[in-house]
Design a protein around this ligand. Structure first.
Ligand code: FES
Length: 64
């Protein structure tokens, strides 16, 4: 059964990837440091390279 999409959001993890969330569950972790060997996905390399970035959240779509 396909679940209805009620919310789509992005979480920019502090010093880490961009989490694509659907209905508040993580659907994908995208690299934003540029060091992943599995782009566009995060492979954890951001930690080894000391990537620094702020935490942010962005709601793309939310059912009213
Ligand atoms: S953000 Fe994790 S490898 Fe780039």
């Amino acid at each position: 059964m396909t679940e209805k999409v009620k919310k789509v959001s992005l979480e920019f993890v502090e010093n880490g990837p961009i989490l694509v969330k659907i209905n508040d569950r993580i659907d994908a972790a995208l690299c934003r440091c540029g060091y992943s060997t599995n782009k566009p996905f995060c492979d954890g390399s951001h930690s080894a390279y000391g990537f620094e970035a702020e935490h942010k959240e962005l709601v793309i779509y939310e059912e009213k």
